[in-house]
Design a protein around this ligand. Structure first.
Ligand code: UDP
Ligand code: MG
Length: 334
């Protein structure tokens, strides 16, 4: 494959995008550990920190970091929009020829960055990190997450590996493609997989979080899972026609049996137990079907409103020009 020349040049700019939410304890250490690895690559770099509506002193910490390091840029969102939206904001503002998305908690090793860039310079458009161990996750989390991705891959045309997170390098061409995905419900793992491109995989050992705690509660993960399924599969909607068909066939056979029995043996009145069972069962099945339709309908409603994915209120860092058209947004800059 012919290498795009800009990847060979030393002048490439690498952007590291980091969504942060209530991470006052983690940001300084993260910056300190990350920089040497970026400096080693001999590429110019910028660190795009997206403050996703933190309610602690994270923003002050970020500004302190930026004051001592002009390679740091900060976007402050107007409230907590969630990691998916924060990553989208980072992708909109990053200027790099390649961007790397990382969490701030150092669960993902910054040492991998040089290997990612190496693979990128060999012509890969996407380099994803695959965790080979996730010992820091609880057994329950590993089980449910494994089960979810197995199920997801069965019912969706899109295949997402279970052990791949958001830690990845993306070429500028991929970022441009991602920006054309207009959906408001942003299940980024699915969106990343959907755009495709030449992808390489790097294995890494996931470490435990240095400071702070995970922001993903069980309830948040549950909603995240439903977002993922409804964004990338319509099978849960279509399955009701088949379920209806099967129930209708069973009902028809049962009716034929009852009629034949009545004609042959006369009326047998008692039947409260079977009647109430069938009524309750069918009522339940119909409500589940309606609930599933409701899940999709709610998402159609959200998409049709076409609200912005996030609002940025503040922007710190050199070079105020942004790639996307954010002129409509009132932004305070320093
Ligand atoms: N995060 C965010 N907004 C949120 C939740 C999380 O920007 O609403 C960030 C968080 O600060 C961290 C990353 O997303 O940098 C991953 O979060 P976390 O470590 O809590 O998730 P886990 O690794 O447990 O899946
Ligand atoms: Mg984490």
């Amino acid at each position: 494959m012919e290498q795009p020349s800009r990847r060979l040049g030393r002048s490439s700019l690498i952007s590291v995008i980091v969504p942060v939410f209530n991470e006052e304890a983690s940001v300084a250490l993260f910056h300190k550990e990350l920089c040497p690895h970026l400096e080693d690559t001999n590429h110019a770099f910028e660190i795009v920190l997206v403050n996703d509506g933190s309610r602690d002193a994270t923003m002050q910490r970020l500004i302190e970091i930026k004051q001592n390091d002009d390679r740091v840029r900060i976007i402050n969102l107007s409230r907590n929009f969630g990691k998916e939206a924060a990553m989208t904001a980072g992708l909109d503002f990053a200027k790099g020829d390649a961007v790397i998305i990382m969490d701030v908690d150092l669960e993902e090793p910054p040492e991998l960055i040089s290997d990612m860039i190496e693979l990128w310079s060999q012509g890969y458009d996407v380099v994803v990190g695959r965790r080979v161990s996730r010992l820091e996750d609880t057994r329950l989390k590993r089980l449910t997450s494994g089960g979810f991705y197995r199920w997801f891959n069965k019912i969706s045309d899109l295949k997402i590996p279970d052990d791949v997170g958001d830690f990845r390098l993306l070429d500028r061409a991929v970022v441009t493609s991602l920006q054309q995905m207009p959906e408001r419900v942003r299940f980024m793992k699915g969106i990343f997989a959907w755009v495709g491109y030449r992808t390489a995989t790097l294995d890494f050992e996931r470490r435990s979080r240095r400071h702070g705690t995970t922001k993903f509660t069980f309830w948040r993960l549950w909603n995240f899972a439903i977002d993922g399924i409804t964004s990338f599969s319509t099978l849960p909607l279509r399955i009701w026609s088949y379920a209806g068909g099967v129930i209708a066939i069973v009902a028809f056979l049962y009716a034929a049996f009852i009629i034949t029995r009545t004609v042959l043996f006369g009326i047998d009145l008692p039947g409260y137990a079977s009647l109430i069972t069938v009524v309750l069962f069918l009522g339940g099945v119909q409500l589940i079907g309606l609930g599933v339709i409701g899940e999709y309908l709610g998402r159609v409603y959200i998409e049709t409103k076409r609200r912005p994915i996030y609002f940025a209120t503040e922007f710190h860092g050199r070079d105020l020009e942004v790639r996307n058209d954010f002129k409509a947004q009132a932004m305070r800059t320093d």
